[in-house]
Design a protein around this ligand. Structure first.
Ligand SMILES: C[S@@+](CC[C@H](N)C(=O)[O-])C[C@H]1O[C@@H](n2cnc3c(N)ncnc32)[C@H](O)[C@@H]1O
Length: 257
């Protein structure tokens, strides 16, 4: 678990603020406002990501997957993974994983208690064996599962991000899925300034080149339409207003053969 300090913005709480949530503190809101001032589209980016994740896990459930591993799940939001898949199948099991103490306590309080299908693992996703032990306590990894890595891999250098996905997917059964999304920023002044501001105040963040993002899927088989803007992945819905531009939420789903 990371150290709790309300005066230092946390990844999860700043993201919660940008999404309009209430589980954040003054330091998170201050950084969030500064980031939104530099790049107003980050709010749309966050919603585009959440909507992609919700559609993608529901789609995986429609393919017969009933076990979900949500790495770096973030603070509770609407809808959460178990709610998106619960709309498709009644008996889904979801393991939420995060290392932010506020995330873990909120998830424990809201979902894990009294919800037999949901469990919470408090840990650093880089500690793969320990996280997998926690996952196995709630899921049967000899059967297919869906690994969700939403807006997580931009907190790692490309090699480390690739390695994480290789190690987690190696533990999954054939027929499992990977749902993945990352931010991507243009090389312009406002984007550079916002990345550098975020890195110095909250956590190191990287805008990976598109080729690196494609490599995060490794040898898994991409599900059509492939790696696209989040909103273009099997949409079936419309944005209330058009996103300002493309290539801000890079997303895809892939299958382990
Ligand atoms: C931007 S939020 C994304 C939340 C959610 N996955 C989504 O896409 O909406 C990133 C989350 O990853 C968590 N996180 C970042 N690094 C982590 C690590 N090394 N281990 C566990 N969780 C981590 C943060 O605490 C945060 O809750």
């Amino acid at each position: 678990m990371t150290q709790f300090d309300p005066n230092i913005p946390s990844i999860a709480r700043v993201y919660d603020y940008v999404l309009g949530g209430k589980d954040n503190f003054a330091a998170d809101r201050e950084l969030g406002d500064q980031l939104l001032g530099l790049l107003p589209m980050i709010a749309e980016q966050a919603f585009e990501n959440r909507q992609f994740l919700s559609r993608a896990v529901a789609w995986a459930a429609s393919q017969g997957i009933s076990q979900f591993i949500d790495l770096g799940c973030g603070l509770p939001t609407v809808p959460n993974t178990h709610e998106s898949v619960g709309a498709v199948i009644g008996d889904a099991r979801v393991v939420y994983i995060d290392n932010d103490p506020v995330v873990v306590s909120h998830l424990d309080a809201l979902f894990a208690k009294g919800n037999p299908g949901v469990s919470v693992v408090d840990g650093d996703v880089r500690d793969v064996p320990a996280i997998l032990d926690g996952v196995r306590a709630g899921l049967d990894l000899s059967a297919p599962a869906c690994l969700v890595a939403g807006f997580l891999l931009h907190f790692f250098e490309a090699d480390a991000a690739r390695d994480l996905i290789v190690r987690y997917t190696a533990a999954l059964a054939p027929g499992s899925y990977l749902v993945l999304s990352v931010i991507h920023a243009d090389e312009d002044e406002a984007a550079e300034e916002s990345l550098s501001m975020y890195s110095s105040r909250a956590a190191a963040i990287y805008s990976h080149p598109l080729e690196d993002i494609a490599s995060f899927f490794g040898r898994l088989e991409l599900v059509p339409p492939g790696i696209v803007n989040g909103r273009q992945w099997r949409p079936g819905w419309e944005f209330s207003k058009p996103p300002r531009r493309d290539n801000y939420v890079i997303a895809g789903v892939a299958r382990k053969q």
